[in-house]
Design a protein around this ligand. Structure first.
Ligand SMILES: [Zn+2]
Ligand SMILES: [Zn+2]
Length: 181
């Protein structure tokens, strides 16, 4: 599967919200999550794990009563993840992630419907961008690519275009790696 690159609207790239950064590779723009926080102000970005050379997002998670760490690719639209454990999944049953700040243990799960049509999840991982007025929501159902940006000072249509950027599949991930090599 080829990496599908969706352009970031000019209105967005001219006013990149704090905590996000635009990275140019050739003629393509990518959005990087550069700083996100728990409600108590802990920075969830760590330099100990990297994806495509960039610092990962670190969360504490509980999946089917097992606890561990989850590292998330900071590139918007890439859903690459690394677990510090092997989550035990039940067959034919949706698995939901419970997510916490790894420093203060506060739950970062909120009751928001998944933006992905066809997903019935009402549980989202919520990470705050600097100054707390903007946020990133990620569907808590394992394997669902639903995610959404909430940016107060930009028109919803512009933000929605960016929210809909998603790179799927293993092949897409390899293409991504090639691009950033
Ligand atoms: Zn915290
Ligand atoms: Zn979902």
């Amino acid at each position: 599967m080829k990496l599908r690159i969706r352009n970031i609207p000019a209105e967005f790239s001219k006013a990149i919200p704090k905590g996000l950064r635009l990275i140019k590779k050739g003629k393509d723009d990518f959005l990087l999550v550069e700083s996100v926080f728990c409600p108590n102000g802990h920075n969830l970005i760590v330099d100990s794990v990297r994806f495509h050379g960039e610092f990962a997002i670190k969360l504490k998670v509980r999946i089917n009563n097992e606890e561990g760490l989850l590292f998330i690719d900071p590139f918007w639209g890439s859903h690459a993840k690394l677990f510090s454990f092997i989550p035990r999944l039940e067959e034919n049953k949706s698995t939901y992630v419970e997510a916490f700040c790894p420093y203060c243990d506060v739950s970062i799960i909120k009751h928001f419907a998944c933006p992905n049509s066809g997903c019935d999840s009402h549980s989202s991982i919520v990470m705050l961008l600097p100054e707390s007025k903007n946020q990133i929501r990620v569907c808590a159902k394992l394997g669902c690519p639903g995610h959404k940006l909430k940016i107060k000072d930009l028109p919803p249509a512009v933000v929605n275009t960016v929210s809909n950027i998603n790179f799927f599949g293993v092949g897409a991930y390899d293409d991504f790696e090639d691009l950033f090599r």
